[in-house]
Design a protein around this ligand. Structure first.
Ligand code: GDP
Length: 311
């Protein structure tokens, strides 16, 4: 075990992949790994890229990887697809025009599907991103396939959430969906080589004006991933948001509340697992007792809770 961790920490991609698989199992060993790695985390900037399918997330992610690599940053990519049963493999990586970066040792791509994610996709995505962080990846891009609730939960765990919009896709719907407006830290209107991009950007700005003012006003960039245009502007905005998080009280409070959420999530997961296992153990006899009115559901639930807490 220790050698795998050491090899991963020294930047060996195969060891890193194996370490992630162990973390994803969410068993006792996973917790032991995370305990050891956690003190080494906190350096990476995690960027969530979300938006409707076809908006160009994958193309933009690829442009961002190229730019970050030019800055000599190591880049980890987590491609999230809750509808996919696969984890770890390259199924989703295909979407990322991975061939452009496949031979680059400073780029590591990990796919996350629903398989083996007992603690939920957002929990395992976060743990995998912490592993990347500990292993020296400076930038972690979390790219999602869609904008469903599970994708929203996943990107919420990022430091900076980037919402990709495009002209001509029922723009009001794109923007309003799933309260996404509130979670976006920056907006990118992609496909600005097409008509209507400036209109979408203007609409977003109007909607931002209508929202209660916040300490960080999300900037709106126009970009064309196919032409590699507007990428610098996105990078500038990402860096500015990173600085806001690091330098302001609001930014730091936000980072703290994310850590708080992690603790709550671990507690919920742990308690749910204990409830399940206690119930499996007691279920057979308990149902007979309930049916015979020898006990009642309230007493039974209280007994089970006592058992869990004492464990
Ligand atoms: P995703 O589903 O959001 O990841 O979107 P993709 O990156 O797979 O892109 C969907 C389609 O839009 C592909 O055919 C891309 O070539 C195309 N596309 C991506 N970015 C642009 C752009 O800036 N302009 C134009 N015209 N097409 C783009």
């Amino acid at each position: 075990m220790d050698t795998i961790m050491e090899r991963a920490l020294s930047g060996e991609p195969r060891a890193l992949a194996r370490l992630m698989s162990r973390v994803e199992r969410m068993d006792e060993e996973s917790a032991a790994i995370m305990k050891e790695l956690y003190p080494k985390t906190g350096r990476a900037h995690t960027i969530g890229v979300t938006g409707s399918p076809g908006a160009g997330k994958s193309s933009l992610t690829s442009c961002l990887i190229t730019s970050f690599r030019k800055m000599e940053k190591k880049v980890g990519i987590i491609a999230v697809d809750p509808s996919s049963p696969y984890s770890g493999g390259a199924i989703l990586g295909d979407r990322l025009r991975m061939q452009d970066h496949a031979l680059d040792s400073g780029v590591f791509i990990r796919s996350m599907g629903s398989r083996g994610n007992l603690g939920g996709l957002s929990g395992s995505t976060r743990d995998v991103s912490l592993v990347m962080d500990a292993c020296g990846y400076d930038i972690i891009l979390i790219e999602t396939v869609g904008v469903g609730q599970s994708e929203v939960d996943v990107v919420k765990a990022s430091d900076t959430v980037c919402l990709v919009l495009v002209p001509g896709m029922g723009d009001d719907v794109q923007i309003m969906k799933a309260g996404i407006m509130e979670i976006a830290d920056l907006f990118v209107v992609n496909k600005c080589d097409r008509d209507g991009a400036s209109k979408v950007a203007a609409d977003v700005k109007v909607m931002l004006d209508l929202m209660p003012p916040r300490a960080w006003r999300p900037p709106v960039s126009l970009a064309s991933a196919v032409r590699s245009e507007g990428i610098e502007d996105i990078l500038t905005n990402i860096a500015a948001h990173g600085k806001y998080l690091a330098d302001t009280d609001e930014g730091m409070a936000r980072a703290r509340s994310k850590i708080e959420n992690v603790v709550e999530e671990i507690l919920r997961r742990e308690i749910a697992e204990r409830v399940d296992s206690a119930w499996r153990e007691l279920r057979g006899g308990a149902i007979e007792d309930l049916a015979g009115r020898r006990t009642d559901p309230y007493t039974l639930a209280a007994d089970i809770l006592d058992k869990i807490i004492l464990k």
